[in-house]
Design a protein around this ligand. Structure first.
Ligand SMILES: [Zn+2]
Length: 179
């Protein structure tokens, strides 16, 4: 019984002051803080890839009734967190992405792997189309542009030049490690 009470208390306790964005809503049971070559610090998954009960996505035939499909993986992180290139890539125009990723997302292309990487909701980019980013290079800061649920990294992997329907399981490239 004491154990149950302790668990309930732990679940009810708020995050440490300054550690969180009050707008964050987590749609996973995974409370692990992960590091990644793609960002500074260690942070939690907010919305995993795939069918989700998060309310931000249109109902999808692949999912249970009234559930949408999240084409990337969301990592909750403080506004302004440095984002780094996990692999070398070219920056390409993001005009075709539409408004859901914010006003200044970053679209990266790796020609050898034939993939595009969509970096959504960035607050500020340090690169522009035609630039090349090298592994480890800081290219943007995390933000909340077009993100009602607070500052986070939306990380999405597509076929090179492909649309939303080509989005794939992004976690291998994000290369998360438990802290
Ligand atoms: Zn997302």
């Amino acid at each position: 019984m004491a154990f149950v009470v302790a668990v309930l208390l732990a679940l009810a306790l708020p995050a440490p002051a300054g550690a969180g964005d009050p707008r964050w809503r987590f749609y996973t049971d995974d409370r692990t803080a992960y590091t990644s070559p793609w960002y500074a610090g260690a942070h939690r998954i907010m919305i995993p890839y795939g069918c989700t009960r998060a309310p931000y996505y249109a109902p999808d035939p692949r999912c249970a009734p009234h559930r949408g499909f999240h084409h990337g993986i969301d990592i909750a992180m403080p506004c302004g967190t440095m984002l780094r290139a996990g692999i070398g890539a070219w920056v390409v125009r993001h005009d075709g992405l539409g408004p859901a990723y914010g006003v200044n997302p970053v679209l990266l292309r790796n020609y050898r792997r034939h993939i595009d990487i969509v970096i959504g909701h960035t607050r500020r980019g340090f690169v522009r189309p035609g630039d090349r980013v090298r592994p480890g290079q800081v290219f943007a800061r995390a933000g909340d542009s077009a993100a009602p649920d607070g500052c986070h990294l939306h990380f999405e992997v597509r076929d090179q030049g492909g649309g939303l329907s080509t989005a794939r399981w992004p976690r291998p490239l994000l290369d998360l490690s438990a802290r």
